[in-house]
Design a protein around this ligand. Sequence first.
Ligand code: F6R
Length: 263
Amino acid sequence: MKVVILDDADAVASYGADIFREQLQAKPASVFGLATGSTPLKLYRELIESNQQGDISFSEVRSFNLDEYMDLPPEHPQSYRYFMDEEFFKHIDIDRSNTHVPPGNADNPLTACREYEGAIAAAGGIDIQLLGIGRNGHIGFNEPTSCLASRTRVKTLTEETIADNARFFSEDETQPQLSITMGIGTIMEARLVVLLATGESKAEAIKAMVEGPVSAWCPASALQMHPATVVIVDEAAASALSNPEFFKHIERHNQALLARIKA
Ligand code: F6R
């Protein structure tokens, strides 16, 4: 697990966006696993700008989102499909039919979960999986106690996650308590995982993920076993780490090595 500690949320977004830009230049027909939430918004805005300036194209990209609330139709403003359309897809040159979000309102969610896994496999697997992290260490909607080998399935949200996301729902709206989410096993098959976290509220989750035991109690800790995960955090999200200076030291050496290879 590579941990990159940067000054602020803007730097986190740029570092993450660079990984996507380089991937697109190397492989225009990449398969991206995408996330919703507040954290990736700045990264999406950077990619939109690069796309609109003609530096990168998403015309051959296929995407699979991590998760969706159950029983919300795609046109519902709180659905993750709506979020992705509004915040990203409608601003870039991606073919909307190549974008996939788990069907939260499927008649048979169990079949829909199996089909989602099948579609990811048929696309050749995910090249880069983008993740945020919940305060309780969740990735996707894989809440604490999730099976570390889980596949796409229906998952009940914790009280904490429901409370964290309540800000997006008005008082007269029923907030979903169930979701469809890629499993941790699904995420672990991505060839590269890029996890972003900013702000002090994520500090304990980052510490548990990076330093803690690999445990279903912190689902993100499974990424310690992933061969290519980059965790990009700002100083606040890194503030609970025991030895942030060591990660900065490693990153300085990585950058020097990269410069040498490119020279
Ligand atoms: C979103 C998702 C969640 C979020 C996490 C952090 O698709 O799967 O795991 O990444 O809840 O959310 P924010 O970024 O809003 O703090």
